[in-house]
Ligand binder design. Structure first.
Ligand code: NAD
Length: 358
């Protein structure tokens, strides 16, 4: 069966790594029909938005998209296209496997963690109030009268919320993922000792969901302690489930444990579709240089193949990537030891090497 997939190359290094990934996916023999769509800064002038409706409509139709990174201007300009996509399509589960492949330079070996991050709520919901605006002043007055605590007049405000329903569906998703993938333990990560009504609710709901899954171990860990535990004893953990902000930060920490952003894949999954994208950003300084590591996006392609139930092709592609990594010859600069950096190959040569092993 031909899989119809929306391909969003993105910007920065996106187009190069997306092309490398499209090539290896096609080389597996799985038939794809790509619907190439553009999003980001370049669309702003033409459509007045970095995320044209046509892109969303295309994803609604296919139910599956493979996406390269998209630059978000810092502080000013448009809001993140990446966040908007996840929210608009209600892709509430962000899955980021952090697996160590032999041959990757890393302080740790044998790590095989999966981060399940809630993707729609929390400080990332985009509910913000700028200093000096009528809305900011109104919020300050309301909070003062409701809580007796006064936020300084010169404060910018970002709202954090976690709902019971949002927490339940993500923890449920983490347990189902654990069950379907032969995982043994789910760890809920929170700061419920300080944020009793948001993180506290998340933890309460997590415990309820855990009680319905007696065959999978459950524990909870406070987020700061979690960061230390992951650095000291990462092998103790299996599936982690976290609210949005902690999930974002802890998954970069886990990327560091397994060898860096250059090999960390990701998926955003909802009830009606999924957008697959590497964890890393658009690395603008390497754009157009055929230098960036395409492996995170290729491993993202592996996740997509699994979602499409192309398990045999997924296993083959993952094994081919692992073999290129283990050999260490046809890899990009970030995977070479500093003294051998001059022997690094480019993005497209990595794709050639992977294809040769398929
Ligand atoms: P980044 O991930 O682009 O870069 C962080 C570091 O990792 C840099 O040193 C970069 O050169 C390196 N790096 C990243 N990917 C690499 C790869 N494939 N191969 C080799 N080296 C790689 O993060 P940043 O610099 O914080 O963000 C740059 C832009 O990307 C920002 O505009 C940000 O908003 C955006 N971003 C987008 C996404 C997304 O599209 N989902 C995710 C994160 C950041």
């Amino acid at each position: 069966m031909t899989h119809k997939v929306v391909l969003i190359p993105g910007d920065g290094i996106g187009p190069e790594i997306a092309e490398a990934t499209r090539r290896v996916l096609e080389a597996t023999g799985v038939p794809f029909e790509w619907n190439v769509q553009q999003a980001g800064q370049a669309m702003l002038a033409q459509y007045g938005t970095p995320l044209p409706d046509s892109v969303l409509e295309a994803i609604r139709q296919t139910g599956v998209a493979l996406k390269g990174p998209i630059t978000t201007p810092v502080g000013t300009g448009f809001r993140s296209v990446n966040v908007a996509l996840r929210q608009t399509l209600n892709l509430y589960a962000n899955v980021r496997p952090a697996k160590h492949y032999p041959g990757v330079r890393s302080r740790y070996e044998g790590i095989d963690l999966v981060i399940v991050r809630e993707n729609t709520e929390d400080l990332y919901a985009g509910i913000e109030f700028e200093v000096g605006t009528p809305a900011q002043r109104a919020i300050i007055e309301t909070i003062a009268s409701e809580s007796g605590k006064r936020i300084p007049d010169d404060a910018g405000i970002s709202i954090k919320y976690l709902s019971a329903a949002g927490s339940r569906r993500i923890v449920q998703w983490a347990f189902e993922y654990a069950r379907d993938n032969g995982r043994k333990k789910v760890t809920a990560v929170h700061k419920a000792n300080i944020m009793k009504y948001s993180d506290g609710l998340f933890l309460q709901v997590a415990r309820e969901v855990a009680s319905q899954h007696p065959n999978i171990q459950f524990e909870d860990v406070i987020v700061d302690n979690m960061c230390m535990q992951l650095v000291q004893k990462p092998e103790r953990y299996d599936v982690l489930v976290l609210p949005n902000l902690y999930g974002d930060i802890v998954s970069d920490l886990c990327a560091g444990l397994v060898g860096g952003l250059g090999i960390m894949p990701g998926a955003n999954v909802g009830e009606h579709g999924a957008v697959f994208e590497p964890v890393h950003g658009s690395a603008p300084k390497y754009a157009g240089l055929n230098k960036a590591n395409p492996m995170a996006m290729m491993l993202t392609g592996v996740l997509m193949l699994r979602y499409l139930k192309e398990t045999e092709a997924a296993d083959r592609l993952e094994a081919a990537i692992a073999s290129v990594i283990a050999e260490g010859k046809y890899v990009t600069y970030d995977m070479k030891p500093p003294e051998l950096e001059h022997t690094a190959v480019g993005t497209s040569e990595v794709a050639d090497a992977v294809i040769a092993r398929l």
